[in-house]
Write a protein that binds this ligand. Structure first.
Ligand code: T5A
Length: 224
């Protein structure tokens, strides 16, 4: 059976990486093979594009060109990493995917939703997530978490963290609009609570939406 494709979305510091690690551990305990990957990146070529964009080199080209670069990275990520894993029955947990382009580049206001639809159609070529967790929290809370983590690790702000508060507030609304337009695929999770509570909310949504993943993996002999 093909693997399930689960994506995590949200603004800066929403806790995606934290929750992906927790969900991976739960799924593996049940015997499910899991691949964790991320965007931008997730394949050698896409990681190169990631560095170029997040260092701010593509910013002068404008949001549309940035969206094209994210899409180019996504095409390689899908071909080299995601599709092969899904084909061999692995569950793929992906930190950001196409909704990030719709939310981040779309929030600039200079790319129409029709253009983003078309870009998504071409880049995804039919591979859509089975389930998307949208980790929702006030922009101020997420930015402060991301800032604390950077201070701890001595990292600099990247291209998008450096945008103003109004951009990050618009981003939150963009994600909620995505969830509203595609409620079958998207589960909005309150991320403004303790990591343990976010983890429980994610698990409850997974049990409801993809119940086969919340059960122990069936071995071929169990199926017969
Ligand atoms: N982008 C990406 C686009 O513009 N368009 C696109 O198409 C794509 C794919 C990627 C950037 O690229 C943009 C979006 C991004 O700006 P990134 O480095 O991958 O950059 O950044 P993020 O995906 O934003 O990752 P972050 O690491 O900033 O956030 P996470 O993964 O959501 O958060 P996490 O888990 O690292 O947690 C952040 C901090 O908060 C703590 C953690 O311990 C950590 O210190 N934390 C909590 N604290 C309190 N309560 C909780 N519940 C907590 N959960 C985590």
């Amino acid at each position: 059976m093909a693997g399930r494709f689960v994506t995590f979305e949200g603004g800066e510091g929403a806790g995606k990486s934290t929750q992906i690690a927790r969900l991976k551990e739960r799924l593996e305990k049940l015997g499910h093979p899991v691949l964790v990957t991320r965007e931008p990146g997730g394949s050698p070529l896409a990681e190169e594009i990631r560095s170029f964009i997040l260092n701010g080199h593509a910013k002068p080209l404008g949001p549309f060109a940035e969206a094209l670069m994210f899409a180019a990275a996504r095409i390689d990520h899908l071909d080299k990493t995601i599709k092969p894993a899904l084909k061999n029955g692995t569950t793929v947990l992906c930190d950001r995917f196409a909704d990030s382009t719709r939310a981040y580049q779309g929030s600039s206001g200079s790319i129409s939703s029709e253009t983003i639809d078309e870009l998504e159609r071409v880049a995804l070529a039919g591979t859509k997530p089975d389930l998307t967790f949208i980790l929702d929290l006030p922009a101020e809370v997420g930015l402060s978490r991301a800032g604390e983590r950077q201070a701890r690790k001595g990292e600099a702000m990247d291209r998008f963290e450096d945008e103003g508060l109004s951009f990050h507030r618009a981003l939150r609304q963009a994600y909620l609009a995505i969830a509203e337009s595609d409620p079958q695929r998207c589960a909005v999770i309150n991320a403004d609570q303790a990591a343990e509570d976010v983890e429980m909310a994610i698990w409850a949504a997974l049990q409801e939406r993809l119940p086969e993943l919340a059960e122990p993996q069936k071995r071929p002999l169990d199926v017969a």
